[in-house]
Ligand binder design. Sequence first.
Ligand code: ZN
Length: 384
Amino acid sequence: MRFEFATATRIVFGPGVLAEIGEIVAGLGSRALLVTGRTPERAEAARERLGAAGVASTAFSVMGEPTVGDVRRGADVARSEGADVVVACGGGSAIDAGKAIAALFGNGGDPLAYLEVVGRGQPLTKPSLPFIAIPTTAGTGSEVTRNAVLASTEHRVKVSLRSPLMLPRAALVDPDLLRGLPPHVVAASGLDAFAQLVEPFLSVRANPLVDALCREGLVRSARSLRRAFEGDSSEAVRVDLALASLFGGLALANAGLGAVHGFAAPVGGMFDAPHGAACAALLPAVLRVNLEALSQRRRESPALARYREIAAIVTGRPGADAEDAVVWTESLVRALAIPGLSRWGATEADIGPLVAKARAASSMKGNPIELEEGELAEIARASL
Ligand SMILES: [Zn+2]
């Protein structure tokens, strides 16, 4: 056994910890680029706290999942404003944008120099500008990961900018910021977090440190996600969702993912589907097809015992079967009103290209079994 665990330098968690942002950032810089999503008001409290701590800030918004162009523009703004620290306050899109801007600012040049597939794929060699992430949704866990997913609009794909140098200097996770999220955002982001706990737990790169995080995260997600969707915004529920998301980020960054995320990458590139919604739509079919493939071809795989463990955690029944994990997840995805991929424009005709691209996606390498062409097509078809 060999494993490694790397994460943000500092993780500060708890209701109300946003109040500490001024102090944390003031130790790292005096002029912040404040990256937000399409509702910059959600970052207003952070901006005020920064000001009170003597940190000037310039706002920069991204309107959706970040593009190569957004990152190029953000780094230009950071340079012209003389920023010496980047703070992102928002959902996964804002955090990925901020993370990539901080990396690009530190390394210079154009984003395409460092991107694989669509660019020249040079490694990042210099430290990022200090980067602080403050999530306002509970889904991606991007506050503790070393990659940023960027869309290349001209190539219709999403690619990762990835380097240990991109790990945030601080992640400030405040469950109070989850108040007032619309139910469809709770559903999609919460199921992304759930998938990010299930996939690393079943991954061929699973390790004991990540396993512990996945088990605890699954308990919290299973007991609170449906309640949050139904309108329970109690502190206990928000803490559960925020921890599930954080633990999912820690897990995926250190144990990899699987076919849900292998498909989510091309789905996000080919259609205007938000990442969480794509993962949520794919999760039931991936769990079912993986279980069938493992039962037929890899009966000795440790992933089968893990399916039973997931089933026991989510149903609360110690003797639950592997199949119960699939049935429980299907029922949750239905209860959370997740639309199929056809909602985002995918049709039968897209199955071939989706399968070809998913096969090559880096996340696919963590899947507990290598799926055959027909099995991958079955996942795509069942997720329409
Ligand atoms: Zn995800």
